[in-house]
Design a protein around this ligand. Structure first.
Ligand SMILES: Cc1cc2nc3c(=O)[nH]c(=O)nc-3n(C[C@H](O)[C@H](O)[C@H](O)COP(=O)(O)O)c2cc1C
Length: 180
């Protein structure tokens, strides 16, 4: 296997300063400028599931979906890593596109499961691929390397409101077709 991943793990002081520069970037830039194509919008059942997952989070946070400011504040928490002590950014050479993204997805899932086995929880965050410039600048990534997404991790605060949210899972017959 060609192992295209180049992960960047950030903690401590570096995390604090990155948090600040990411929040500044989001405020100044407003429009995301990701290294990879995140333009497709969810449609049909995928959009319904997206809303379902968002509703689970909003109701755990006692938020009204129509409260745009509260939604923006909740969104902004992505770039504070939800208070987690560590974040990992999954980066790969930009030229690989979807070919590399498949590998990174598998890699990230495996990492998340291995962390869980050690009692460490994590949160995948597509949002962490939306404003990559401060990350690339602070950690000297060369221009050919892109930030696909990130994952915050640490010991979970089981009492935190957001951690009470539960997303739905489709039944097996909907997600898998069997043939003999
Ligand atoms: C690829 C991917 C990207 C995601 N991006 C975000 C994100 O940017 N912000 C966020 O709060 N949750 C994001 N999520 C959802 C959370 O990581 C997490 O999946 C969700 O809180 C519910 O947990 P579940 O995976 O058990 O359904 C993303 C999930 C995946 C798989």
């Amino acid at each position: 296997m060609f192992q295209p991943w180049q992960s960047v793990v950030i903690s401590g002081k570096a995390l604090k300063s990155l948090n600040q520069s990411l929040i500044n970037e989001v405020h100044q830039r407003q429009i995301p400028n990701p290294d990879f194509d995140w333009t497709p919008k969810y449609q049909g059942i995928h959009r319904e599931r997206q809303f379902g997952a968002a509703d689970a989070l909003y109701s755990a946070l006692s938020m009204n979906r129509n409260d745009k400011q509260a939604r923006q504040r909740a969104m902004l928490n992505n770039w504070s890593f939800f208070g987690a002590p560590h974040v990992v950014f999954f980066t790969l050479p930009i030229y690989l596109g979807i070919m590399g993204a498949v590998d990174i997805g598998i890699y990230a899932q495996t990492l998340s499961l291995l962390l869980k086995e050690s009692g460490v929880d994590s949160c995948m965050q597509g949002a962490l691929g939306q404003f990559p410039d401060p990350i690339k600048k602070q950690f000297d990534l060369t221009p050919d390397i892109g930030v696909l997404f990130g994952m915050s991790f640490g010991y979970a605060d089981l009492h935190a409101a957001a951690n009470q949210a539960r997303t739905k899972r489709e039944t097996l017959d909907i997600s898998v077709k069997f043939f003999e």
